[in-house]
Design a protein around this ligand. Structure first.
Ligand code: NAD
Length: 295
């Protein structure tokens, strides 16, 4: 069994990005600049946004954090997005999800200009991804593809079971791994909360990707010997071994299944760091105008 070290792979990506930034600087070019919009005081969102700003500092990008009150109107948020769409200094930006209930997330996602949508959530980028055209790939699935690549885990002809069909993780993940590419060329089964007899599917899987938000859900009797398990889930659970009384748990019961796996991602330190590294990667593509040359 090998533990997939997402922290290490993300650090390797940061080194490459940092040397790209150094070359841009040496040539007197414009440095990549990422903006993040945070609405309200959701503690998890605050942590994620702070980690993104820190990553920008690490690789030498410019960053702008726009904090809006929880009672910000949808119209005011749309105005902020419009300004960012038209600000030539900002190469890409994200609106941290989830948004307060009075704001329509779909409307917000669709208001972001596709050429600045470095989270890859806009229908244009998702559509381009499906068509195998240049696109900003959604950060978490893209990070998982990069992990599979870094560990040279074979995917061609493998049966991959993705559990969870969210627009930001499960659904795009299933599309990316079914594409005619490497990593890719998997036979993909997409499972969700209405799937019957989930274990029937997971027991046949060479690769299992879990994104459901249910701590310790995947047990050893649900997987076959030598399965690759990629755990996207992050839940806060009570703990008697930490000072805070809480710890982070994945969707897989790591202690239970690890020995049966050929590869497994830990939580934390697996997929999480890769999500941010992918966002940084997309921001460099945006600065270079590689996906949308005419923008
Ligand atoms: P979500 O919360 O939007 O949806 C959950 C999905 O899981 C749904 O499609 C649902 O059908 C499915 N599901 C729920 N219970 C199930 C069950 N018992 N059996 C089968 N399917 C079931 O999903 P999300 O936004 O993709 O988030 C999933 C998890 O991944 C959360 O814990 C989230 O915090 C985490 N996450 C982590 C990262 C990261 O960078 N590591 C990024 C995004 C999300």
């Amino acid at each position: 069994m090998e533990i997939i070290d997402g922290k290490k792979v993300s650090e390797d990506i940061y080194s490459v990005l940092k040397s790209e930034v150094d070359s841009i600087k040496a040539a007197g070019g414009k440095l990549p600049h990422l903006a993040a919009v945070l609405v309200g005081n959701n503690p998890a969102s605050q942590t994620y946004v702070a980690a993104k700003v820190k990553a920008c500092e690490q690789v030498g990008y410019g960053s702008t954090l726009i904090k809006l009150d929880a009672d910000t109107t949808e119209a005011a948020l749309l105005k902020t997005i419009h300004e960012l769409n038209n600000n030539a200094d900002i190469d890409g930006f994200i609106v941290q999800l989830p948004l307060p209930a009075h704001i329509d997330e779909n409307k917000i996602t669709q208001a972001i200009a596709p050429n600045k949508d470095v989270d890859g959530f806009h229908p244009t980028n998702l559509g381009r991804m499906v068509l195998n055209l240049p696109a900003y790939l959604p950060a978490t699935p893209f990070g998982i593809v990069k992990l599979l690549e870094a560990y040279q885990i074979p995917t061609l002809g493998k049966h991959c079971v993705v559990i969870g069909r969210s627009h930001i993780v499960g659904s795009p993940m299933s599309i990316l791994l079914a594409r005619n590419s490497n990593p890719g060329n998997c036979t993909v089964t997409l499972c969700h909360s209405r799937s019957a007899d989930l274990s029937h599917h997971t027991r046949q899987a060479d690769i299992i990707i879990l994104a459901i938000g249910k701590p310790y859900f995947l047990k050893k009797e649900m997987i076959k010997e030598g399965a690759v398990v990629i755990d996207v889930g992050i839940s806060r659970v009570e703990s008697t071994t930490t000072k805070s009384g809480f710890k982070l748990a994945g969707d897989a019961d790591y202690e239970d299944i690890a020995e049966k796996c050929s590869y497994i991602t830990p939580v934390p330190g697996g997929v999480g760091p890769m999500t941010i590294a992918s966002l940084m990667y997309n921001t460099l593509l945006a600065c270079r105008k590689e996906i949308y040359p005419a923008s």
